[in-house]
Design a protein around this ligand. Structure first.
Ligand SMILES: NC(=O)c1ccc[n+]([C@@H]2O[C@H](COP(=O)([O-])OP(=O)(O)OC[C@H]3O[C@@H](n4cnc5c(N)ncnc54)[C@H](OP(=O)(O)O)[C@@H]3O)[C@@H](O)[C@H]2O)c1
Length: 282
């Protein structure tokens, strides 16, 4: 039975990916930082008749002790072997850069970037010893181009992609593969769960509020079913030689194509016009 550890399975892509992989016969170690939130996953697994293939364990990607314990628990369940990890846990914080407190900047980087590196470091000895392993990272189309009101999230995804593309050189010699999944907008909790920072008195307040409004309208119009991403994750895990980059969603394919081909200034004009931001200036 193939084995996979997934982070952030209490909701969103992580939850549906755990169910999809369990249905396909994988042994899934579904991790989450707060086990009190496991109800939705358990209900989805029960409905799919796949609960017997899944172990739910605690793992907070920003907590070193939790990572050590989570990896030890995982290897105890799988008998010391692991085929793959899916780095899915992620957070965001919206607003103009100048308004975002340092603690928020660090929280996003700790989760989306340092968390991915820390868990990878904890798993590499196992992957190297078995001379196999697949490291799948849920990045984003935000890794392709800058976005208004989303600078720290975009930075975290650019960072993780640069690191992943370089890591692939190190680990290829041990039979370990690195793969990015880059979704466009999907309907999950992340949009409402992320803080929107536009303090009263900020010179950016009107602009930021307009960005939030436009962003919500964009997701409502273009957001798709996260199950598409779950299927992509499972396909990438099961492919013999998956591509390194995997945009998912029509818009992600477009922004991937646009990167480096359309001058930044033109792209910015296009995005500002599309979101209606050019009407609201300070
Ligand atoms: N939704 C989209 O349109 C979209 C598009 C592109 C990329 N993504 C990426 O997809 C991934 C999943 O996002 P989603 O949309 O499914 O969001 P979501 O529904 O908000 O789920 C995020 C998951 O990450 C978990 N998490 C947050 N901090 C964590 C930590 N420190 N340790 C462990 N787990 C943690 C959350 O756990 P709690 O329940 O405890 O908060 C939750 O299970 C993220 O990396 C995100 O950047 C999303």
């Amino acid at each position: 039975m193939r084995t996979v550890l997934i982070t952030g399975t209490s909701a969103g892509f992580g939850l549906v990916a755990a169910v999809e992989l369990a249905k396909r016969g994988w042994r899934v170690i579904a991790t989450m930082r707060n086990l009190e939130r496991k109800g939705a996953l358990e209900a989805a697994l029960a409905q799919a008749g796949a609960a017997h293939s899944v172990d739910v364990i605690q793992l907070d990607v920003t907590d070193a002790a939790s990572i050590t314990r989570g990896v030890a628990d995982t290897l105890a369940i799988t008998g010391g072997f692991l085929d793959a990890v899916v780095h899915n846990a992620g957070v965001a914080a919206g607003g103009a850069f100048e308004d975002i407190p340092d603690a928020e900047l660090r929280r996003v980087m700790e989760t989306n970037f340092f968390g991915v590196m820390a868990l990878t470091r904890a798993l590499l000895p196992t992957f190297r010893k078995q001379r196999s392993g697949r490291i799948v990272i849920i990045s984003s189309e935000s890794a392709f181009n800058g976005q208004p009101g989303n600078s720290i999230y975009v930075a975290s995804k650019w960072a993780v992609e640069g690191w992943a593309e370089s890591l692939a050189y190190d680990v290829d010699q041990f039979g370990i593969g690195v793969v990015l999944i880059e979704p466009g907008p999907y309907i999950t909790d992340i949009w409402q769960a992320s803080p929107r920072i536009a303090p009263s008195g900020s010179v950016y307040r009107r602009w930021s509020e307009n960005v939030f409004r436009a962003g919500d309208a964009h997701v409502a119009a273009k957001g798709r079913d996260p199950q598409e991403v779950a299927v992509k994750i499972a396909n990438v895990l099961e492919a013999r030689r998956p591509r390194f980059r995997n945009p998912v969603h029509r818009l992600a394919h477009f922004t991937h194509f646009a990167r480096g081909k359309i001058p930044s200034r033109w792209l910015r004009r296009f995005v500002e016009t599309y979101l209606g931001l050019r009407r609201v200036r300070l």
